[in-house]
Design a protein around this ligand. Structure first.
Ligand SMILES: Nc1ncnc2c1ncn2[C@@H]1O[C@H](COP(=O)(O)OP(=O)(O)OP(=O)(O)O)[C@@H](O)[C@H]1O
Ligand SMILES: [Mg+2]
Length: 423
């Protein structure tokens, strides 16, 4: 794979972020060259509700990132999330055609084709397809069956779909800026690429990205992505609750929330967080100068965090993989930094939990190594992985293959796609 400049764009409910990086065979990790993040506008629960506002805000971020990287952005890999995201696992079975029962690429192609023959409404589009495992003559857990001997080949794929309207709106906003979309990646999947360890993925884990307006969840069980969803509630609800509870504006409530998160590790002599807090330095227009840590955290923030994790738990139960995720929860996104987030997760879900901070990238990373950029940095890792797959299979444009993918995808496309998944 030759040196390539790639761009990731995360259209979040709280911020719009752009990252430019270099990927090459020589370097294992994408090398960040440019980055910018601006407050979001025109996005609710991960979905665009005002294209013009998104385009205007994004233009600033794109220009800043271009200046820092010293290169023009004309194509990008883009995150997509929100309650319109759905996932399913699909099975396919075929008979191996080779008389010596050796499995060839054609058989793998046919079996993936069989698994992907799902009926999808015309308003939906596939954004990610990940083979979970192959089964040869009843023996499961196989990652690459080519060259193996068998007469019956099965595959299980994880398919993530999104609303076509949402994708079209994102395309519109970016095309107004002269940017072509190389591919969409579910934001939860992108976050899992930048924060999870290989061991967690192998053992079983739930990635929970708490953004401003949505919570993206990806459950890895049996060594593969097995369930994906996006819930329409996020850390902005905590801000709203503080505003209502303390009768202050949303701006003041946000300041208080961030202040409390910063202060939560400061304790009194007895090891408990200080209760009465002096917030004069926040200069709130409402004139509020002190507050009780306990009242705000226990009375307002914790109940909302617990409610959010109850929502996550419902999905874990619904997925059927609840007993197969011993690594517990990895919580990321800006909301992971909310005071009491980890305790609430452990208490409500009853599993171990840790905060996920982006990793696996290099270069100018000081500004992006924070949970709120897990999706953004994950887009770079996804682009690098896809670039490697494409160069192995001799394909130029892997992303465009999955983009516009329909259940009636052509046999040739499937063959190319299968080649690209081969290690
Ligand atoms: N240090 C912090 N302490 C507490 N909360 C924080 C902190 N930093 C950010 N947040 C909160 O995180 C939220 C934004 O998270 P993030 O940037 O991941 O959202 P987003 O990706 O824009 O939104 P979404 O993914 O929902 O579309 C905001 O509600 C913000 O208040
Ligand atoms: Mg996000």
């Amino acid at each position: 794979m030759a040196d390539q400049i790639i761009t990731g764009i995360d259209i979040g409910s709280s911020k719009l972020a752009v990252v430019v990086a270099n990927i090459s065979d020589e370097e294992e990790q994408p090398r960040v060259m440019g980055f910018a993040s601006v407050p979001s506008a025109g996005v609710k629960r991960g979905q665009i509700v005002d294209i013009q506002r998104v385009t205007d805000a994004l233009e600033q971020a794109v220009e800043q990132a271009e200046r820092m990287a010293g290169s023009k952005i004309d194509h990008a890999i883009v995150s997509v999330g929100g309650p319109h995201i759905e996932s399913l696992n699909s099975n396919g079975v075929v008979a191996v055609t080779n008389p010596h029962a050796e499995i060839h690429l054609d058989d793998v192609t046919r079996v993936i084709d069989a698994a992907n023959a799902i009926s999808l409404s015309s308003t939906r589009q596939v954004v990610d397809v990940l083979p979970r495992e192959y089964v040869v003559d009843g023996q499961g857990g196989i990652k690459n069956p080519t060259g193996m001997t068998g007469v019956r080949l099965e595959v299980n794929t994880h398919i993530i779909t999104a609303s076509q309207t949402t994708l079209k709106n994102i395309e519109r906003a970016l095309s107004d800026l002269g940017i072509t979309i190389d591919g969409f990646v579910f934001s939860g999947l992108a976050s899992s690429l930048s924060t999870l360890t290989e061991t967690e993925r192998e053992l079983g884990v739930a990635l929970v990205d708490i953004g401003g307006g949505k919570i993206d969840t990806c459950i890895f069980a049996e060594g593969a992505l097995s369930y994906s969803c996006s819930i329409p509630v996020g850390a902005r609800h905590v801000t709203n609750d503080i505003a209502v509870g303390l009768r202050v504006s949303l701006e003041s409530a946000e300041k208080i929330k961030l202040y409390l998160s910063k202060q939560s590790h400061k304790t009194d002599h007895d090891g408990k967080p200080r209760d009465e807090m002096d917030i004069t330095d926040l200069h709130l227009p409402e004139g509020l100068t002190s507050l009780s840590f306990k009242t705000v955290v226990d009375g307002i923030i914790r109940p909302r965090m617990e409610e959010m994790f109850s929502g996550v738990l419902e999905h874990i139960d619904k997925s059927g993989y609840g007993t197969q995720i011993p690594s517990g929860l990895v919580i990321t996104g800006g909301g992971a930094l909310t005071v009491s987030a980890l305790e609430s997760a452990r208490r409500v879900v009853g599993m171990p939990a840790r905060i996920g901070t982006p990793d696996y990238i290099t270069g100018l990373v000081d500004e992006v190594m924070y949970p709120q950029y897990a999706t953004l940095t994950g887009l770079l890792i996804s682009a690098k992985q896809q670039g490697e797959r494409s160069s192995r299979s001799g394909m130029k444009d892997f992303d465009s293959l999955l983009r516009g993918f329909t259940p009636k995808i052509s046999f040739k496309k499937i063959t190319d796609m299968v080649k690209s998944f081969m290690p």
